[in-house]
Design a protein around this ligand. Structure first.
Ligand SMILES: [Mg+2]
Length: 173
């Protein structure tokens, strides 16, 4: 068990630039996407892997991601080359973060001193915070959700992933 706690990552707009994948998906028949080569590796944000490796020295790493298409999201995590950095016991890929927030809470219960959740959507940070009051939330500003309104005030806001080290230090994690 890593000393400092666990960091849960959202995938889309945090680790993976899904806008980059969109043009490829447009040309793929709904039933045929499984057979297509999609550039998942190239869609990982520059520097993200180095950041994950550095965080791994002190933290357990998990995933909390929402997507309407679960096989697609699972494939994205595997084929991007990211999956093996995360503890398989704490990879949560769901159709609704709001619905499954309690499941995440129960799985983590009592295991880690600090739990950090990093996401670009305020409503999704809020969904987990509501059931885990001690959760530390970090919002990544993504172009898509930059204007999202919510009554959730994240503990920290960063404009790119590399700022996470600074945020963790300021939060005292
Ligand atoms: Mg996202």
């Amino acid at each position: 068990m890593k000393a400092k706690g666990i960091i849960l990552f959202d995938i889309d707009h945090v680790l993976i630039n899904i806008e980059m994948l969109r043009p490829f998906l447009k040309n793929v028949n709904e039933e045929k996407w499984q057979d297509q080569d999609l550039p998942f590796k190239d869609s990982v944000y520059e520097g993200a892997i180095e950041i994950i490796k550095r965080l791994q020295e002190d933290f357990e790493l998990g995933i909390f991601s929402e997507c309407g298409n679960l096989p697609y999201q699972n494939r994205k995590l595997s084929e991007s080359g990211l999956r093996h950095f995360f503890n398989p016991n704490f990879i949560f890929i769901t159709r609704s973060k709001e619905r499954d927030a309690r499941l995440v809470r129960d799985r983590l219960a009592g295991k880690y001193k600090k739990v950090v959740f990093i996401d670009d959507r305020l409503d999704q940070l809020k969904a987990l915070k509501q059931v885990m009051p001690k959760l530390i939330t970090i919002r990544v500003l993504s172009p898509k959700y930059i204007n999202q309104k919510s009554d959730h005030k994240p503990d920290f806001q960063i404009s790119k992933l590399s700022e996470i080290f600074n945020a963790l230090e300021k939060i005292g994690v």
